[in-house]
Design a protein around this ligand. Structure first.
Ligand SMILES: [Zn+2]
Length: 308
């Protein structure tokens, strides 16, 4: 392996971005086909997206295996390409690294499969609706979980994509989104974004009811028109937080592990510093999240009182 770089055509990065933008609020993904260069670099020649029978949720993605197999045999028989990696989207979760679940999946796959290495790419949609695409190398015999890679971009369209489209082979699914911009080789700093959900085992947010509530809250906030930039984070102390912009101000709602027995704290942040803080009284929390308007109105009123 040389220089921790992977080769990829610009057309393939564009393809991934469009696939990611098709599902801005849930995971989606696909696979990498390619080869190795003479100096041992991994080269991605052709990227596929999700098959029709894919299973996806906000926090998981399972490729349509029949689709993967059909694409794999066509690309192998026709061009000798190998299945050398996969990509999936963490949409707006701000989780730029492989999650603990991703690491476990890869460990098992490498132990049980016949591949000694696999390139995984994690995609995120940033605040400007650009897709950040980051590669990570997983190898069977390694003391670390993965090695962050960088893309070396080959300009233009993959010759394999060109050939397949000229021949009009209609096996491959195409993304619907046509506008995309991608960002690559971004240094992602370890901030207080979710690395992996490290929570006490008795955390309310680990239960099915809690997970559902978190999802509903996230979705409910996303669908309010004076709320924007909704993100789920994990604080350094492992508490879950939902960050969003309300009336132009960055709010962070910190959800206690023993919800609903302890109040939710809400902060207004300015330059990542807590600027003002309130608590949502327990009796108001019963509106959470089914009547988010009541909760948001309360938050705004309470802050207004504090600030003015
Ligand atoms: Zn993941």
């Amino acid at each position: 392996m040389s220089d921790n770089q992977a080769l990829i055509y610009q057309s393939e990065l564009d393809f991934i971005s469009r696939c990611v933008m098709d599902y801005p609020d849930s995971e989606t993904g696909g696979d990498f086909f390619g080869s190795f260069t003479r100096d041992g670099k991994i080269k991605i020649e052709y990227v596929i997206g999700p098959g029709i029978n894919t299973n996806r949720t906000q926090h998981s993605f399972f490729q349509d295996i029949d689709y993967l197999k059909s694409c794999g045999s066509l690309l192998h028989n026709k061009f000798g390409l190998q299945h050398i990696g996969a990509w999936h989207s963490h949409h707006r979760l701000s989780l730029y690294q492989p999650s603990s679940g991703d690491i476990n999946t890869m460990k098992n796959a490498l132990q049980n499969g016949n591949l000694p290495l696999f390139l995984i790419s994690i995609c995120n949609i940033d605040r400007n609706n650009s897709v950040v695409i980051s590669p990570f190398m997983f190898t069977r015999n390694n003391s670390v979980n993965y090695i962050p890679y960088k893309w070396q971009v080959l300009q233009g369209i993959s010759p394999f994509r060109e050939k397949l489209s000229r021949e009009g082979i209609n096996l491959f699914t195409e993304p619907k989104s046509d506008v995309s911009s991608s960002r690559i080789n971004i240094e992602v700093k370890d901030d207080n974004s979710i690395q992996k959900p490290l929570m006490p085992s008795d955390s309310y947010w680990k239960t099915d009811v809690g997970k559902n509530l978190l999802k509903e809250t996230y979705e409910s906030l996303q669908h309010r028109n004076h709320v924007s930039e909704v993100e789920i984070l994990q604080k350094k102390d492992n508490r879950i937080a939902i960050r969003f912009k309300l009336s132009g101000l960055v709010h962070e709602m910190i959800l206690p592990h023993n919800f609903p027995n302890q109040p939710i704290e809400v902060s207004i942040l300015s330059n990542e510093q807590v600027f003002s803080q309130i608590e949502i009284p327990l009796k108001k929390q019963r509106h959470f999240p089914s009547d988010m308007d009541v909760v948001l109105r309360f938050i705004e009123k309470k802050f207004r009182k504090k600030l003015f």
